[in-house]
Design a protein around this ligand. Structure first.
Ligand SMILES: Cc1cc2nc3c(=O)[nH]c(=O)nc-3n(C[C@H](O)[C@H](O)[C@H](O)COP(=O)(O)OP(=O)(O)OC[C@H]3O[C@@H](n4cnc5c(N)ncnc54)[C@H](O)[C@@H]3O)c2cc1C
Length: 506
């Protein structure tokens, strides 16, 4: 019989809990048999936690209760209760994933990791232990002034838990790899409610599977991360009106930047935004440099466009930069997210290919013009060869991107006012990334883009129907299946909670 003791002195006998769990709901059992924090509808903590989603689509789903464990043992106790019934449930960190039912649920229990919020720096080992209940501005805030940083989100409000399990693209990724490449240890609650510390040496396959494998293997209750020395950084935003000349120059600049990537300490996100009701089109660039000033030349192609109307770039702390970028998190709308991966066109073909991608996005988003409150955005996110090299040198991950080519991760967002427009936006989203795939394939056939190259989808930007696992290398998909069979033979995480799931077969 397994016995779990919680921080608050509660002793939970898992087998005893399981025996009675069949008759009552998880929420009732947790409330009657444990002292784990639980909140019901109309209570202040419940309402407040429901407002902590990026998309109001997720926040409008109503869990039967919100459980807020404070320790790994409390998470294990919840899992043991769930294992004895058939209720669907959701696990939530920062709530930034806008796909409904991934970190949100209607009618079952929601496990919020909010109170698993430790950030403990050990300067001797140069590591930091981070709970999944943190957001990246909590982590950078706790590390502020310590001289260390962790590789994490580019916008402070994003959560740690889901971001990390999707791989995590950071401003620091060209220097240090995907965020997941800097995880040294996962503390994980498995489907059988046991707790395992997962490292490269004791569980190498599970360790790798967690780096881009999503929530298919358990609930992570803490991440031990490599910490890196960090002083002041430089960064902020440049904002331009999206005139045709600026768009052309911007597309050329982001292509060139990705190919030439002069300095691994630099990071950018190049986004275009369209507010369709007012026909305001903007380019918003997020810039970052790991140092007080970028050397001359690193970002010149963007500054040379020279018609920017806002420039907020300055020397500041990492915490200030990440928190400052929170202006981009506008609450109160339903959001959708989607992605495709573009093999970088060479300089000769770059103008045509980049413009075609951009024009397709403009054309499809125009068809959604009448959807109330619609804002369309596209992000061009460099994934240079150097990132692939660093990721592999650090032990690799599920994405397993090679350095054969440079790539750009295209991220799409459509935001809108009401769920009543869900079906129209769903079609718009699928038409947009589906069209990108067709454009890419056509250019590969005609020789303007490299053919027979690996183009995985980036999980953190995937729309719910996108086939994240099917776009991985076959050996990585096989690894995910093998690990799943070992740690979750009954498909607990696969069938009971949302997220990108490992398909049994194609
Ligand atoms: C404004 C904005 C900026 C973004 N910027 C970036 C960026 O710079 N880089 C990047 O890579 N991505 C970025 N993203 C995408 C983001 O990483 C994903 O949406 C991610 O899923 C959100 O993480 P979260 O912790 O908030 O997860 P949630 O939305 O809370 O959860 C997402 C998924 O992870 C699972 N999950 C969460 N915590 C745990 C846990 N502890 N154990 C097991 N499963 C868990 C959930 O069940 C769910 O399926 C951004 C998103 C937004 C909205």
């Amino acid at each position: 019989m397994m016995t779990l003791s919680t921080r608050r002195g509660l002793v939970v006998t898992v087998a005893a809990l399981a025996a009675v769990a069949t008759a009552q709901s998880t929420c009732d059992l947790v409330e009657s048999r444990t002292s784990i924090e639980s909140h019901k509808r109309f209570q202040i903590e419940y309402t407040s936690e429901q407002s902590e989603y990026w998309s109001t689509g997720c926040g409008s789903l109503k869990p039967s209760c919100i459980l807020m464990p404070t320790t790994t043992q409390e998470v294990a106790a919840i899992v043991s209760i769930l294992a004895a019934n058939n209720e669907s449930f959701a696990i939530k960190s920062g709530g930034h994933n806008p796909n409904n039912y991934f970190a949100s649920i209607d009618g079952g229990p929601l496990i919020s990791t909010k109170k698993l919020d430790q950030v403990i720096l050990d300067p001797v080992t140069e590591t930091v232990r981070v709970g999944p209940g943190n957001r990246w501005d909590d982590v950078s805030g706790a590390l502020d002034g310590s001289g260390y940083t962790a590789v994490g989100g580019r916008i402070g409000n994003v959560g740690v838990g889901g971001y990390m399990l999707g791989g995590g693209l950071s401003f620091m990724s060209t220097e240090y790899g995907w965020a997941a490449n800097s995880v040294l240890e996962f503390e994980l609650v498995l489907a059988n409610a046991s707790v395992v510390t997962v490292t490269e040496s004791n569980h190498p396959d599970l360790f790798l599977a967690l780096k881009g494998g999503g929530n298919n293997f358990g609930i992570v209750t803490s991440y031990l991360l490599q910490a890196y020395p960090q002083g002041d950084v430089w960064g902020g935003n440049l904002i331009f009106d999206a005139t045709p000349e600026v768009s052309k120059a911007m597309l050329a600049a982001v292509r060139d930047f990705t190919e030439n990537y002069d300095d691994e300490k630099a990071g950018i996100i190049v986004t275009a935004e369209r507010t369709l009701a007012t026909l305001v089109d903007l380019w918003v660039i997020f810039l970052y440099y790991n140092g007080p000033e970028p050397p001359t030349g690193v970002f010149d192609k963007f500054f040379d466009i020279s018609k920017f109307k806002i420039n907020t770039c300055k020397t500041q702390s990492m915490h200030s930069l990440l928190s400052g970028n929170n202006w981009a998190v506008v609450k109160g709308s339903v959001y959708t997210i989607g992605t495709e991966t573009l093999p970088l066109p060479n300089e000769a073909n770059g103008v045509e290919v980049m413009q075609k991608i951009f024009d397709h996005w403009v054309d499809v988003s125009n068809t959604a013009q009448l959807i109330p409150g619609l804002i369309a955005s596209i992000a061009f996110q460099p994934l240079p060869k150097r990132l692939a090299q660093v990721a592999r040198a650090k032990g690799g991950d599920m994405i397993d991107v090679d350095d054969d080519i440079d790539r750009i991760v295209l991220e799409l967002d459509y935001s809108f006012l009401s769920n009543l427009s869900d079906a129209k936006v769903d079609k718009t989203m699928q038409d947009t990334y589906g069209g990108f795939k067709t454009i890419i394939e056509d250019y590969q056939d005609s020789g303007l883009l490299p053919k027979d190259v690996y183009l995985p989808l980036f999980q953190n930007d995937c729309y719910y129907p996108q086939d994240y696992f099917g776009r991985l290398k076959p050996e990585k998909l096989a690894l995910a299946r093998r690990v799943q069979a070992e740690v979750d033979p009954d498909g607990f995480w696969k069938t009971r909670t949302g997220g990108f799931k490992i398909p049994s077969a194609y």
